[in-house]
Design a protein around this ligand. Structure first.
Ligand code: PEP
Length: 255
């Protein structure tokens, strides 16, 4: 049985005052549950404050990125060990915005994934195709390349301490979501790809959906067989929306 995960990716949003307000609403409403784990991933500069505010709540904290290096002359980068030290449990790696803007390729993302796990963090590995890939029938090839790079580098057993997020790039922040068929197909493809190497690891692997998930479409997505929660961007900045999404994940039938 897989426990759902709903993780909020705040991206480059927030302020001390706005974060406090959002977190006080979330921590007042979100209780520990066997059905769903919840995390927020604020900008790195706010992590210590967010960890402090969420102490003794059911909400975990994650980073939005980590370095593939352990320490040294890497200006502006943040080591996975540092995230762990200040209280993070998760870190997003390979988000499409970083693959595009920072030109992170799959080999680099794989090194970040390994660095995250070495530090004791659970990586949330993002994979997903661009619109032109989907239109050209290349969705599975793109997702396979992103996934295989990490499977090859880290080994399939590493995926028992990881989460995968399928995020079609054309659905991120656009208001478009994958149709249930498109999402179900991509999630099944990811689980099968992992199962080719180890079926037990694949069965236990949490695969999140990300891309314009809102409180009113979450239940439909989370009901699909291979969807185990969501990576939530825009809607994670609004307390009522995020709580609605968490409730939808908690209410889904256990898989
Ligand atoms: C994301 O950036 O991971 C994301 C899913 O964003 P949004 O929910 O805003 O589409």
């Amino acid at each position: 049985m897989r426990k759902a995960l709903v993780a909020g990716n705040w991206k480059m949003n927030g302020s001390l005052a706005a974060n406090r307000e959002l977190l006080s609403a979330l921590s007042g409403a979100i209780r520990g549950s066997d059905a769903v784990a919840v995390a927020v991933c604020p900008p790195a500069v706010y992590l210590p404050e967010v960890v402090a505010q969420l102490q003794a709540t059911a909400i975990a904290v994650g980073g939005q990125d980590c370095s593939d290096e352990k320490a040294g002359a890497f200006t502006g980068e943040i080591a996975a060990d540092m995230l762990r030290e200040i209280g993070c449990q998760y870190v997003i790696v390979g988000h499409s915005e970083r693959r595009a803007r920072q030109r992170e390729d799959s080999a680099w993302v794989a090194r970040k994934f390994i660095a995250a796990q070495s530090a004791g963090l659970v990586p949330i590995l993002c994979v997903g195709e661009q619109l032109e890939d989907r239109e050209a029938g290349r969705t599975e090839a793109v997702v396979a390349e992103q996934l295989d790079a990490v499977l090859d580098a880290a080994g399939v057993d590493a995926f028992d301490r990881a989460v995968v997020a399928y995020e079609p790039v054309w659905a991120i922040g656009t208001g478009l979501t994958a149709s249930p068929e498109q999402a179900a197909e991509a999630h099944a493809f990811i689980r099968n790809r992992v199962a080719e190497r180890n079926s037990q690891v694949a069965e236990a692997l949490r695969i999140l959906y990300g891309g314009s998930v809102k409180a009113d479409n979450a239940a439909g997505l989370f009901a699909l067989p291979d969807i185990d929660g969501g990576l939530i961007g825009g809607a994670s900045l609004d307390a009522d929306s995020f709580i609605g999404i968490v409730n939808a994940a908690a209410a889904r039938v256990h898989k």
